[in-house]
Design a binder for this molecule. Structure first.
Ligand code: HEM
Length: 285
């Protein structure tokens, strides 16, 4: 949304964290429940989004600048669908909300857990650093393959999203159970990722699983699968690669709380916020 006002950003950020805690919670709407606070926060977020959308619409209509910012918000406002229909204000707000929800903490979880894996697991850490440093030189050629294998393995073992609900569209049988149309089923990722037939010694962190052709289709599903799979998959990949590249190029880091507990709320979150000590690479002898 190209927000520049830091007060506005931190207000939205705080509200958003309250919203996130209530997304996967028992739907009891009375004071002191997570759900209640999440509903309140969402109402305020929506009010703020209405203002932001209004400001952008006015800026576009009055041509306050030569070209409006090339961001998601302008895109949602300016481009109709294939039938020429523009989005309503509510649809624009909803799209922004889902993008923040789907795109923010998911990627952050991956950064955080990668930090922990590299520093807590010396073997992985050392191999990784060595390969990374070599790869820095020709990252443009390699496409960051080794980074990606680490990111994939982190995603296999510690998932930002551990599953979701789907509605059964047609009756079907699964291993002797008949599942009727209309049922809601929970699609669970960790069970799939720990299948020893696909991932031998499944608890072990091993980036070689992704070498060559990698796991068979639908056995590795951190981004879901099928028509509703993650829309931001490639963007997330790019963000993670750019972040790791930038940090590794200039810094080494140390976890200040090595065995910090991780809570699922609803995403895996280090409870102290994963404090780290950054050391510039050139200071390391
Ligand atoms: C490591 C990062 C990420 C992970 C692990 C992840 C994972 C997922 C998963 C499991 C789903 C549900 C798929 C399903 O129900 O079948 C999903 C949906 C979605 N994701 Fe992501 N995601 C990530 C990053 C992002 C980013 C960066 C964005 C956007 C900027 C994004 C946007 C979306 C959207 C819009 C959906 C809903 C798609 C639909 O229902 O059609 N995600 N994601």
């Amino acid at each position: 949304m190209n927000l520049e006002d830091s007060n506005r950003i931190s207000k939205l950020f705080n509200l958003f964290n309250i919203f996130l805690k209530g997304v996967i919670s028992i739907a009891l709407n009375f004071p002191e429940t997570k759900f209640y606070y999440a509903k309140r926060a969402t109402k305020t977020i929506r009010e703020e989004l209405v203002l932001i959308v209004k400001e952008r619409r006015e800026a576009i209509e009055q041509k306050l600048s030569d070209s409006p910012p090339q961001d998601l918000l302008s895109h949602l406002l300016l481009f109709p669908d294939e039938n020429g229909k523009f989005m309503s204000e509510l649809e624009v707000d909803d799209n922004i909300l889902i993008m923040i929800f789907a795109g923010d903490d998911t990627t952050t979880v991956n950064f955080n857990i990668s930090d922990k894996v590299f520093t807590n697991n010396k073997k992985v850490g050392n191999i990784f650093w060595l390969k990374m440093i070599t790869e820095q030189k020709d990252i443009a050629l390699s496409g960051g393959r080794e980074y990606l294998n680490v990111v994939y393995e982190v995603l296999r073992l510690t998932l930002p999203i551990i599953g979701s609900w789907k509605e059964v569209l047609e009756d079907f049988n699964y291993q002797g159970y008949s599942i009727p149309k209309g049922w809601k089923i929970y699609w669970n990722v960790p069970a799939t990722h720990m299948d020893p037939k696909v991932f031998p010694d499944a608890k072990n962190f091993d980036t070689s699983r992704f070498e060559g052709a990698g796991p068979i289709p639908f056995s590795y599903i951190p981004f879901g699968g099928g028509p509703r799979m993650c829309l931001g998959k490639e963007f997330a990949r790019l963000e993670i690669l750019v972040f790791i590249h930038d940090v590794v190029k200039d810094f080494r880091w140390k976890l200040l709380i090595p065995n910090e507990k991780i809570e699922y709320d609803p995403m895996p979150t280090p409870i102290e916020g994963i404090p780290i000590l950054l050391q510039p690479s050139e200071d390391i002898t």
